[in-house]
Write a protein that binds this ligand. Structure first.
Ligand code: URP
Ligand code: ZN
Ligand code: ZN
Length: 489
C-alpha cells in the first residue's frame, strides 16, 4: 500500500489564512502544500473540492474511563478517541487524577496503561490533589522525563480531589519553577459543599438542586482567587470550562492588566442553558448534571463574545460520560449524581454550526479555537494544530454542507443519551486522518485500537513564564534600620 495521500482541490484553512490548494501526506506527515501537486505513484487521491481542509481538532479537556464519584466514566480510551475522530478531533488531552495520597508518578503510569488502546493521539495533564515533598519531586520528574507541562487543580469536590489554598500555592509555585502551566477547575468547594447541604435540607433532592448549589458567584470567586494567586506568584494560569460572566470578567480584567491568563469554554456551555434541570423527566435532567452547571441563557452571549474577542482561547468538551444507570445512583440525592456530560464527537460541528454559520467566527477563527490555540498553549504547535510541511498529518476534510441530527442512536460515543439529542448541525467531517491514516470516512469509523500515540509536551521556554519577574519578593530588599535594644524584664 502506498504511503502517500494527496488531498486535492480543497480550501486549506489555518488559524492564519485560507487558500485553495493541495496537500500531500507521506506516511505520518504533511510533506507538501501547493497548487496542482503531482500524485506520487500509487498515492491515494482524495477530492476535497467544495470542502475545507483543516488541522485536526484538539480537545484539551476529556476524561476517558475516569474513576469518579463511585463509578467509572463509560467511555474508554478506544471508544472515546474513535468518537473524537468521527467528529474531526484527532488529539485529546486527558487528565491523570491521583487519589489523595496516591503518588503522582504511579497514577500517571496507570493512566498511560489505560490509554494504550487509544485510536488517536493523546497527552495528559496531571492533577495535584494533595501536597508533600514527594509531590514536589514528582512534578519535576513528570516535566523532565514524561512530557507533562500542565498540572490541574480542582478547587471543588470537597472530601475527594479538591485542593485548598495551601496546596494551590505550593503547586503553583513549583509549576512556576519548572515552567509548567497550572490549570484550574474554578469553583469554591467550601461554598458548594455548604449550599449542597442547604438545598438538600430544604427538600430539593432532584437535579434542579445541582445548579442551585453551584451559582455563578461560586465560580467567579474561585476564578478570581486562582488568578490572583497566580499573579502574586508570577505564574501563568489556565481556567478550564469557564461557564459564566463572573469568571469571564475575572479573566478579562487580568488579561487587560497584562497577566498571562488563558481560559477555555465548553461547546455545551455556549448552546445549552439551565432550563434543562427543570425537565420533568428525571433522567434527562440528570444527564445534564455537570460542573460547572449549565447557566441562565444570558451567559451564553458573553461566552460567545469572549471567544470572538480572544479572551477565551480554547474550546473543549470535558467529555465525561455516565450512562443512565450510573446517573441513577443519585435518584434520591442530586449530590450523588456522577458529574459529567458527553460531547467529544460533537464539539467541532456544534462550533461550526453555531459559530461559523452564524458569523460569530470565521473559518480561521474556528481553527484557532478548536485546534491551534490549544496546540500553542500546551506546546505541541506546529506539530499539531497546523497545516505545515513537517507537521503530523492530523487532517480533517470538512464538508460545510453535511447535515447531521445529533442522536445517541447514531453517535459513536459510549453513552446511551446525548446532551445534544435532536440538535441539527450543518458542517461535519467528511474524512478524518490521524497521522496520515484515514480513521473516519463516509460515515464509517476506521479506527484501530492502539494506533494513537502519547504526545510529549515539553515545558515552554522560560520567557513564556516571564511574569515571575513580577514576583514582588524578588525586587524588595530588607530595610536597613537601627534595631532598638531589648529591655530586660
Ligand atoms: O462535571 C464534570 N465536569 N465532570 C468531570 C470532572 C470535572 O470537573 O472536570
Ligand atoms: Zn472540572
Ligand atoms: Zn473535567
Amino acid at each position: 500500500m502506498s504511503k502517500h495521500v494527496l488531498i486535492r482541490g480543497g480550501t486549506l484553512v489555518t488559524a492564519d489564512d485560507e487558500r485553495r490548494g493541495d496537500l500531500l501526506i507521506e506516511g505520518e506527515h504533511i510533506v507538501a502544500i501547493g497548487d496542482s501537486l503531482a500524485a506520487p505513484s500509487g498515492a491515494r487521491v482524495i477530492d476535497a473540492g467544495g470542502a475545507y481542509v483543516l488541522p485536526g481538532g484538539i480537545d484539551p479537556h476529556t476524561h476517558m474511563e475516569l474513576p469518579f464519584m463511585g463509578t467509572v466514566a463509560s467511555e474508554d480510551f478506544f471508544s472515546g478517541t474513535s468518537a473524537a475522530a468521527a467528529g474531526g478531533t484527532t488529539m485529546c488531552i486527558d487528565f491523570v487524577i491521583p487519589a489523595p495520597k496516591e503518588p503522582l508518578i504511579e497514577a500517571y503510569r496507570k493512566w498511560r496503561g489505560w490509554a494504550e488502546k487509544a485510536a488517536c493521539d493523546y497527552s495528559f495533564h496531571v492533577a495535584v490533589t494533595w501536597w508533600d515533598d514527594t509531590v514536589h519531586a514528582d512534578m519535576g520528574e513528570l516535566t523532565r522525563a514524561h512530557g507533562v507541562n500542565s498540572f490541574k487543580h480542582f478547587m471543588a469536590y470537597k472530601g475527594a480531589i479538591m485542593c485548598d489554598d495551601e496546596v494551590l500555592v505550593s503547586s503553583f509555585r513549583r509549576a512556576g519553577e519548572l515552567g509548567a502551566l497550572c490549570t484550574v477547575h474554578a469553583e469554591n468547594g467550601e461554598l458548594v459543599w455548604a449550599l449542597q447541604q442547604q438545598v438538600f435540607e430544604a427538600g430539593i433532592t432532584g437535579p434542579e438542586g445541582h445548579p442551585l448549589s453551584r451559582p455563578p458567584e461560586v465560580e467567579g470567586e474561585a476564578a478570581n482567587r486562582a488568578i490572583r494567586i497566580a499573579e502574586v506568584l508570577g505564574v501563568p494560569v489556565y481556567l478550564v470550562h469557564t461557564s459564566c460572566i463572573d469568571a469571564l470578567e475575572a479573566v478579562t480584567r487580568a488579561r487587560l492588566e497584562g497577566q498571562r491568563v488563558f481560559a477555555e469554554v465548553l461547546a455545551q456551555h455556549l448552546v445549552i442553558d439551565d432550563s434543562v434541570y427543570r425537565d420533568r423527566d428525571w433522567d434527562r435532567a440528570a444527564h445534564h448534571v455537570m460542573s460547572p452547571p449549565f447557566r441562565p441563557k444570558h451567559h451564553q452571549a458573553a461566552l460567545w463574545a469572549g471567544l470572538a474577542s480572544g479572551m477565551l482561547q480554547t474550546t473543549a468538551t470535558d467529555h465525561c460520560c455516565f450512562c443512565t444507570p450510573q446517573k441513577r445512583m443519585g435518584l434520591a440525592d442530586f449530590r450523588k449524581i456522577p458529574n459529567g456530560t458527553n460531547g467529544v464527537e460533537d464539539r467541532m460541528a456544534v462550533l461550526w454550526h453555531h459559530g461559523v454559520r452564524t458569523g460569530r467566527l470565521t473559518p480561521s477563527e474556528f481553527v484557532a479555537v478548536t485546534s491551534s490555540n490549544a496546540a500553542k498553549i500546551f506546546n505541541v504547535y506546529p506539530r499539531k494544530g497546523s497545516l505545515a510541511v513537517g507537521a503530523d498529518a492530523d487532517v480533517v476534510i470538512w464538508d460545510p454542507n453535511k447535515t447531521r441530527t445529533i442522536s445517541a442512536a447514531t453517535h459513536h460515543q459510549n453513552i446511551d443519551v446525548s446532551i445534544y439529542d435532536g440538535m441539527e448541525v450543518i458542517g461535519n467531517p467528511a474524512v478524518t486522518l490521524s497521522r496520515g491514516r484515514v480513521v473516519y470516512e463516509d460515515g464509517q469509523l476506521k479506527t484501530e485500537r492502539g494506533t494513537g500515540r502519547y504526545v510529549d509536551r515539553p515545558c515552554h521556554a522560560p520567557y513564556w513564564a516571564a511574569q515571575k519577574l513580577r514576583n514582588r519578593l524578588a525586587e524588595v530588599k530588607p530595610v536597613e534600620r537601627a534595631v532598638p535594644e531589648r529591655e530586660e524584664d
